[in-house]
Ligand binder design. Structure first.
Ligand SMILES: NC(=O)c1ccc[n+]([C@@H]2O[C@H](COP(=O)([O-])OP(=O)(O)OC[C@H]3O[C@@H](n4cnc5c(N)ncnc54)[C@H](O)[C@@H]3O)[C@@H](O)[C@H]2O)c1
Length: 249
């Protein structure tokens, strides 16, 4: 039995990178997958690639930070498939990297809108559909930066810490229902997100990983698949480490 047979999943920011890996993994285990991305062409391309792998897939183009995108994604999933079992809030941006006193506050606003506001909005639109069937799995993509604080990445670190706080709170609010809400905190995984920063910044972060390597998209997707499955039954509001040994708590 495939773990997501008959289930419907939304994965945000899934046109490329870790999100696409998650969509492929959930799809390979039977999920019907709606992917969103700000880049419509990339989203369409990913949906076609998933379909070629035998996955029933839909693409919704839109900015995760906009309420209309979250509403449209939930409505499309319900109109097309009539249920919503899994939400993976994967979208995230690093933003510009520099010490806090050199970053304009507009940079904090920009990163906040995608990383925290977007996660909040997608949870808001998904939870009522999950409550209606008393089942759901929400997986939020935080970061080791949110636990430890990466220098020169204040907007990213602070908003990822906020994603951890949102996860803990929503998990408790829904603990007596069939909905589980968890997050994960990856360290460096080589994807296009690192084009937003410098090689020196990446080298500094890689040096902090005791395994002396970056993570693989497939490794992150495997953890997300468990968190998104019915097997994840006695964990909620929890933070799952995937950092090659960097996290010590
Ligand atoms: N790669 C890493 O080292 C790493 C480490 C820890 C956490 N994470 C987190 O994992 C998640 C995925 O990261 P990634 O490395 O795959 O990123 P990525 O930049 O490689 O891919 C992100 C995708 O999201 C899309 N996107 C960007 N802004 C968007 C928006 N406003 N609305 C909708 N779509 C948008 C992009 O077009 C892209 O397809 C992020 O939340 C990131 O913070 C990544």
């Amino acid at each position: 039995m495939r773990r997501f047979e008959d289930q419907v999943a939304i994965v945000t920011g899934a046109g490329s990178g870790i999100g696409l890996g998650i969509a492929e993994r959930l799809g390979s285990e039977g999920a019907r997958v709606l992917i969103t991305d700000i880049d419509g062409a990339v989203a369409d391309h990913a949906a076609v690639a998933l379909a070629k792998q035998g996955v029933d897939a839909l693409a919704v183009a839109g900015d995760t930070a906009e309420e209309a995108t979250a509403a449209c994604a939930a409505a499309q999933a319900m109109d097309t498939w009539g249920r919503l079992d899994v939400l993976v809030n994967n979208t995230g941006i690093i933003g510009n990297t520099a010490p806090l006193w050199e970053l304009p506050v507009s940079e904090l606003d920009r990163v906040y809108a995608v990383n925290l506001r977007g996660t909040y909005l997608f949870c808001q639109k998904a939870v009522p559909h999950m409550l209606a069937r008393d089942y759901g799995r929400i997986v939020n993509m935080a970061s080791i930066a949110g636990k430890e604080g990466n220098p020169n990445m204040t907007p990213y670190s602070a908003t990822k810490a906020a994603v951890i706080g949102l996860t803990k709170t929503l998990g408790k609010e829904l603990a007596e229902t069939g909905i589980r809400v968890n997050c994960l905190t990856p360290a460096v995984v080589r994807t296009p997100i690192w084009e937003q920063t410098t090689q020196a910044q990446m080298d500094m972060l890689l040096a902090r990983i005791p395994m002396r390597r970056s993570g693989e998209i497939e490794e992150v997707a495997a953890l997300v698949a468990w968190l998104a499955s019915a097997e994840c039954s006695f964990s909620t509001g929890a933070v799952f480490d995937i950092s090659g040994g960097r996290a010590t708590y």
